[in-house]
Ligand binder design. Structure first.
Ligand SMILES: *Cc1c(COP(=O)(O)O)cnc(C)c1O
Length: 375
């Protein structure tokens, strides 16, 4: 069976983990955490960042930092992972779901302004499949209405909006290094702080609500409880694993993008014939080879294709169930209709894409999909 995903180990992970262990300090904010921070600042150009135990954690930090209070409204796409919403619900926010574009699962930036009310506090965008949302429109709406923008860039490492790296545009941004993402550490994530007014507080919330980091830098003579917070830092063992991956970012990315392009070119003819639809990359965005999907004509067709592939030992999957139709949301909110989101939820199919996917196997997958649609 060709799996849907296979986490790629570069081979350097154990070397760095061993080194982390031999340094004798493996709690958070250690040697490798700092090395990863430097990598992101120097190689990607992020102004300030903090590794976290997950993207979910980073989103929870973002919700605390933007100061969500009970009843505040947060606008975000319904077509996303649960954590995008949950992090803000935990602080008492009311989630206002926006629809996707008709031809792209990302939040329809032109539909956002209508959802802004006097209670709106923030807009959370999700760069689905690592493809940029229309950030100029989003940032304009935010500026005009005095809102914060958080980029859920969980899938968006090494991807761009025009010439800006994703994660460098909103006030805050969050990344995931879960084993299903391009760069991994098992579980892992990162908060990027673009608005420097958040710098000091971000570090305190990260360190259980204490000024521990400032204390160790010798900036304060006491180490005390100064704010709310939690234990959002990963152990330095996790950071050591991540560092091995980061050193191989270029190699990993070029393979993933190559696989993405092979799928795209292989299926172009099916799109030209009107059989399926392929990812639409807007002129302001790019693909970072995070995931490859096709859009089927119906839910039934998609199920049949999944079964056909499974019968030929290929595991293909779909996601996300529209959050506005989830049991938890429906219980506490009025019914809303988001047509495009539901459409992606019903017809989008993800194909295997991972570093070690062999060219021959990928060719077979493309042929199988073509064979299915010939019938
Ligand atoms: C993977 C993902 C998350 C969650 O990341 P974790 O690191 O598992 O917490 C959040 N949002 C999106 C869009 C994701 O794809």
């Amino acid at each position: 069976m060709t799996p849907f995903n296979k986490p790629y180990m570069t081979g350097d992970e154990l070397y760095y983990i061993k080194d982390a262990v031999s340094r004798g300090k493996i709690s958070g904010n250690g040697y490798y955490t700092k090395k990863c921070h430097s990598f992101f600042k120097e190689k990607i150009g992020f102004r300030n960042c903090l590794l976290t135990s997950s993207c979910t954690d980073a989103l929870e930090m973002a919700a605390i930092l933007v100061g969500i209070q009970k009843g505040d409204e947060v606008i975000m796409p319904s077509y996303t992972f649960v954590s995008t919403a949950n992090a803000f619900v935990l602080r008492g926010a009311k989630i206002i779901f926006a629809d996707s574009y008709q031809n792209n699962p990302n939040i329809d930036a032109t539909a956002v302004e209508k959802l802004v009310t006097s209670k709106t506090k923030a807009i959370v965008v999700v760069h689905y499949a690592g493809v940029a949302c229309d950030m100029d429109i989003i940032m304009d709406i935010a500026k005009k209405n005095n809102l914060f923008v958080v980029e859920d860039a969980a899938q968006a490492i090494d991807s761009f909006y025009k010439d800006k790296p994703l994660g460098s545009i909103g006030h805050l941004a969050t990344f995931s290094f879960h084993e299903t993402k391009n760069i991994i550490s098992g579980e892992g994530g990162m908060l990027v702080v673009n608005d420097k007014s958040f710098d000091k507080r971000a570090e305190i919330i990260w360190e259980k609500g204490t000024n521990r980091s400032a204390f160790f830098r010798g900036e304060t003579d006491k180490y005390s409880w100064v704010d709310v917070g939690s234990s959002f830092l990963p152990s330095d063992v996790t950071a050591a694993f991540l560092y091995a991956q980061l050193e191989n970012l270029g190699k990993i990315q070029s393979r993933r993008k190559q696989l993405w392009n092979t799928y795209y070119n292989g299926f172009k003819i099916l799109e030209d014939e009107g059989v399926i639809k392929l990812p639409n990359i807007p002129e302001y965005g790019s693909s970072n080879g995070h995931l490859f999907y096709i859009i089927c004509k119906s839910k039934e067709e998609r199920s049949a294709l999944i079964n056909f592939l499974k019968a030929h030992d290929v595991h293909a999957v779909f996601h996300y169930l529209s959050l506005h139709k989830s049991p938890f949301y429906v219980e506490y909110n009025e019914k809303i209709v988001l047509k495009n989101c539901d459409n992606f939820s019903n017809t989008l199919l993800r194909l295997p894409l991972f570093y070690e996917l062999e060219g021959q196997i990928q060719k077979k997958i493309i042929e199988l999909v073509k064979e299915f649609f010939k019938k």
